[in-house]
Design a protein around this ligand. Structure first.
Ligand SMILES: [Zn+2]
Length: 103
């Protein structure tokens, strides 16, 4: 598994897959005045106030994208499950209160 795919799979939160054009820094290069090199793919995420990124090789993009889509789907299913559990808990608490008003 590539380093980028591992990051996409195991980072504590799902990173974003984005493209950037890069300026190489050479003053005579076309990128100094025009479009940068690329686009290149990166994973982006935030750690506190720090924006982090990791380069994704072109060959790894499809697997990384699939991994991120899977995690997004899992995340939204988990959010839905938590929301439903919260509603059920609220109902259960109301029911318990009705049974024993001193609780
Ligand atoms: Zn350049």
């Amino acid at each position: 598994m590539s380093a980028a795919l591992k990051t996409a799979k195991t980072l504590y939160k799902t990173p974003a897959l984005v493209t950037h054009r890069i300026r190489c820094g050479k003053r005579t290069c076309h990128c100094a005045t025009g479009e940068g090199h690329g686009p290149y793919w990166f994973l982006h995420w935030r750690e506190g106030t720090v924006q982090r990124r990791r380069y994704v090789r072109h060959a790894d993009v499809p697997a990384v994208r699939t991994m991120i889509e899977r995690r997004r789907r899992d995340d939204s299913e988990n959010r839905l499950a938590v929301a439903l559990a919260t509603v059920n808990l609220r109902r259960l608490r109301a029911w318990l209160r009705d049974l024993d008003p001193t609780a």
